[in-house]
Design a protein around this ligand. Sequence first.
Ligand SMILES: CC(C)(COP(=O)(O)OP(=O)(O)OC[C@H]1O[C@@H](n2cnc3c(N)ncnc32)[C@H](O)[C@@H]1OP(=O)(O)O)[C@@H](O)C(=O)NCCC(=O)NCCS
Length: 147
Amino acid sequence: MTGIGTAPAIRPMRAAECDAVIALWHACGLVVPWNDPAADIALALSKPCSTVLVAEEEGGIAASVMVGHDGHRGWLYYLAVAPMRQRRGLGRAMVSAAEAWLAEAGPPKVQLMVRATNTMVLAFYETLGYAPSPVTVMQKWLRDPSA
Ligand SMILES: CC(C)(COP(=O)(O)OP(=O)(O)OC[C@H]1O[C@@H](n2cnc3c(N)ncnc32)[C@H](O)[C@@H]1OP(=O)(O)O)[C@@H](O)C(=O)NCCC(=O)NCCS
């Protein structure tokens, strides 16, 4: 791996950075029709149990991770590194920052979901010490996502 030289500034995103963060998520293929990224950001920023961390490089948003907990487990979402900045350690730095945020918040375990179509990312998480979990995730919409 080629290192990222100077450590990037990783901090909670500002509401004014919403468009830049959503553009990053589109560039990384993380936006799907059934999720509204602006609503996801607004919800995460509105509660003390969640936030969106970003890394700024050369004045732009280079990476993000949404982190939060549900009172029992920590969760990561929307981990993204701008395509031109990948494979330089930024993804690892974002996960470390999210884990540090959760260590302060208290839950003893962190989890994340990987889309069945995104198998390439599994090796990345395994490098960082994550292992597949022997559970089935079940879901139910509480609001119609198309409404
Ligand atoms: C996944 C992602 C965040 C990784 O970011 P990154 O900055 O490229 O990762 P890093 O450079 O920090 O890599 C950390 C380690 O994982 C390894 N790694 C990274 N991507 C990998 C891949 N696709 N396959 C195998 N190993 C990988 C690196 O080699 C590195 O290992 P090393 O430290 O032993 O050299 C980035 O590829 C991305 O944004 N992907 C698109 C969005 C996405 O799929 N997000 C996850 C949703 S669950």
